[in-house]
Design a protein around this ligand. Structure first.
Ligand code: SF4
Ligand code: SF4
Length: 384
């Protein structure tokens, strides 16, 4: 059944703001943005308080300013919240109020406007980059398929070699048939949702959904795309029929062999465990999906014991790549990446593996000389 689009004002939203106003800010210490900016203004409780005032018309959009854009949609606060408050979702609702009042950071408004040109935030189609990446791997586009790959516009714009690496690896794994169609180059519309341009997001999302008519499963390389399809589409009343998987959850599922899996022992090693390969698990993989065990089992099967988890400040907090933070608060986004990279260097590990092209690209920009790669690049370069 199609759910109604996110309503203008809902009891659920009002309740969320009310619970935050009476809470001792249990989530404060886990918010990467508030920590890095070292100020209360961008702490989740303050964001929610300001959002509640805007919802009630007690402050104007001009008075709120760009503060609701100081959030990566990472979900860490929601994990810490005893009331299950969906802070990231309510920030999107708040951004929509700002968007409708023309109070959007310039770079965010420009990214949203690019959708009118090419259906993504970059203003040019990702299809040529996809076709070239496939040619380099010796793979052809098909008209349709059961399991269809979604590259993610970030991958195609900034890291098309990751797509080539994936299909070179899959060429050797004959048990997995992942189809690439023209729809594989489309954007799911996440940047529009993050920008607060929700009328445009819903129209875009419906067009995107219609491009996957015959597909049974969509396999998203970028967990942020998977999160958008699985979580934001229903919130906004967009019907999306295929099952949605993250790439590594899907591959882990295909080669799953519980008798071989030692993922629990790997987790028990603890983070930054002195292994050569440290794995950075993206927020949208960790907090949205039940595929973490499959992904860890995949890591066990391809890397053996040669990996451990990477944590920073005792948690796997956000690298700053999502939620349009690199556009709305670039200094914060880069500082988050720089701190992760510095923490990685301190571990003495040889390579940092990010399970998302969005995260690996963002982290690599902070330290181009370091070995920061997507898992498929590691498999191709070091294990085949
Ligand atoms: S999100 Fe939850 S933990 Fe954080 S301030 Fe609100 S009610 Fe408290
Ligand atoms: S979703 Fe992440 S960045 Fe946004 S308020 Fe919560 S912890 Fe902070």
């Amino acid at each position: 059944m199609r759910r109604p689009a996110l309503p203008i004002v809902s009891d659920e939203e009002s309740r969320a703001y009310a619970t935050c106003s009476a809470c001792p800010s249990l989530c404060r210490s886990v918010c990467p943005v508030a920590e890095i900016e070292a100020r209360e203004t961008s702490a989740p409780q303050r964001l929610m308080s300001l959002a509640g005032l805007l919802q009630k018309g007690m402050v104007s959009a001009a008075e709120v300013g760009d503060i609701p854009y100081h959030c990566t949609s990472c979900g860490a606060c929601e994990e810490a919240c005893l009331h299950d408050n969906q802070v990231a979702l309510w920030m999107l609702r708040t951004r929509n109020r700002l968007f409708e009042n023309g109070r959007v950071p310039n770079a965010v408004a420009e990214a949203a406007a690019c959708f009118g040109v090419a259906g993504n935030q970059y203003g040019k189609s990702g299809e040529p980059a996809l076709v070239k990446a496939l040619e380099d791997a010796g793979v052809q586009l098909r008209r349709s398929g059961v399991d269809v790959y979604l590259a993610g516009c970030e991958s195609l714009h900034d890291a098309p070699k990751v797509v080539t690496s994936l299909f070179r690896v899959l060429n050797k794994m004959t048990s997995i048939d992942l189809t690439v169609t023209r729809a594989s180059a489309l954007c799911c519309g996440a940047p529009l949702a993050w920008a607060g341009e929700h009328t445009g997001f819903v129209s875009h999302a419906r067009r995107f959904a219609s491009a996957f008519g015959e597909t049974k499963r969509v396999i998203a390389h970028d967990p942020a795309c998977a999160h958008t399809l699985r979580t934001l589409y229903p919130h906004f009343g967009v019907d999306f029929q295929p099952e949605v998987w993250t790439l590594y959850g899907f591959i882990g599922e295909q080669i799953w062999d519980s008798s071989l899996s030692s993922s629990l022992s790997r987790s028990a090693l603890g983070p930054n465990s002195g292994r050569d390969n440290l794995v950075f698990e993206p927020c949208h993989l960790v907090r949205t999906f039940g595929e973490r065990d499959r992904t860890r089992a995949l890591l066990d099967q391809v890397l053996g014991d040669d990996w451990g988890l990477f944590h920073h400040n005792g948690v796997n907090d956000c690298c700053g790549a999502a939620g349009l933070l690199p556009l709305s608060a670039p200094e914060t986004a880069w500082e988050l990446a720089h701190q992760k990279v510095a923490a990685f260097v301190e571990t003495g590990a040889r390579s940092l593996i990010a399970l998302s092209p969005r995260c690996s690209t963002h982290l690599r920009r902070a330290a181009p000389a370091l070995r920061i790669r997507d898992l498929v690049e590691v498999v191709l370069e070091d294990y085949t």
